[in-house]
Ligand binder design. Structure first.
Ligand code: SF4
Length: 277
């Protein structure tokens, strides 16, 4: 009885589908912490929850949309951003949040990401970056570090990874930040802030995938958390070039970009419907 009572007292209870829990994530996985931070931010941001939707693609992080009591959409692989963009354009009053993983958003969905950022689509994108495709079998992703071992690169990954904050900045995002699951307060505050910004907001969350990445690279979840504790440096306002991660060197966290610029809809109205602008 005590457990049941505690569960009903959980601070996120009102926006979680508790009937779907326990969740599917492996022990030591970082997605649950990133998801809780995102839900906490949504709850405390002051946005109208009846006008808030969560969209995800496919993958372990993509399961997040299934656990929220908000209106939510679990879409096809790599296509969370076009679904989210369509929803925002059809109903501009909505707050649209994409919660998905690096494989989904930056490999299969990479093209959608850069164009939504370029157009400054008014949505918030939270990407859990665990450096690998988790659910689909531990394959190398566009974020896998050079030389890291994966099921598709058993001798080591020969390719350099994307730096997600740098890519978001270069594509035109108006809000860009990076945190880890060890920095939950900063992360929650950052998502909360992004939800109240107009335009394309992007938050990267570094998180361990002990099953897909850790096992092959001899990194237990605690080892990853130690890296997040010992090798991260918070530099709010740093240039996104500082966000490039090199194997074994320090990792820059913080808010890199926070600036106002016209959204897609504003540019469209000004150019194509000047009478309504
Ligand atoms: S495979 Fe990796 S990312 Fe997926 S739930 Fe397990 S630990 Fe998390």
């Amino acid at each position: 009885m005590e457990n049941v009572k505690n569960r009903s007292d959980h601070p996120l209870n009102s926006i979680l589908r508790t009937d779907r829990i326990p969740h599917i994530w492996c022990p030591g996985c970082g997605i649950g912490t990133a998801f809780s931070a995102c839900m906490m931010a949504i709850q405390t941001s002051g946005i109208d929850l009846d006008k808030t939707v969560m969209v995800s693609g496919i993958g372990c992080s993509g399961r997040g949309a299934g656990y929220t009591r908000l209106d939510s959409y679990h879409t096809t692989h790599g296509r969370a951003i076009p679904f989210a963009s369509g929803m925002k354009l059809a109903n501009p009053e909505l707050n649209v949040v994409v919660f998905s993983g690096d494989g989904d958003l930056f490999a299969i969905g990479g093209n959608h990401f850069i164009h939504a950022a370029r157009r400054n689509m008014d949505i918030t994108v939270v990407c859990v970056n665990n450096l690998i495709y988790g659910m689909t079998g531990g394959q190398a992703a566009a974020t896998t570090p050079c030389q890291a071992k994966t099921t598709t690169t058993p001798r080591g990954n020969p390719d350099p990874p994307f730096s997600l904050p740098l890519l978001a900045f270069a594509a035109g995002a108006s809000y860009v930040a990076r945190w880890t699951i060890l920095h939950t307060r900063d992360l929650t505050k950052s998502i909360e802030e992004a939800l109240n910004r107009r335009g394309f907001s992007f938050i990267e969350v570094l998180a361990p995938c002990p099953t897909g990445y850790g096992r092959r690279n001899k990194q237990k979840p605690l080892d990853t958390l130690k890296i997040y504790q010992e090798r991260t440096v918070i530099k709010n306002g740093a240039h996104p070039m500082d966000a490039v991660m090199e194997f074994g060197s320090s990792i820059t966290l913080g808010k890199f970009i926070d600036e106002e610029r016209p959204t897609f809809s504003e540019n469209y109205d000004r150019t194509c419907r000047p009478q309504s602008a």
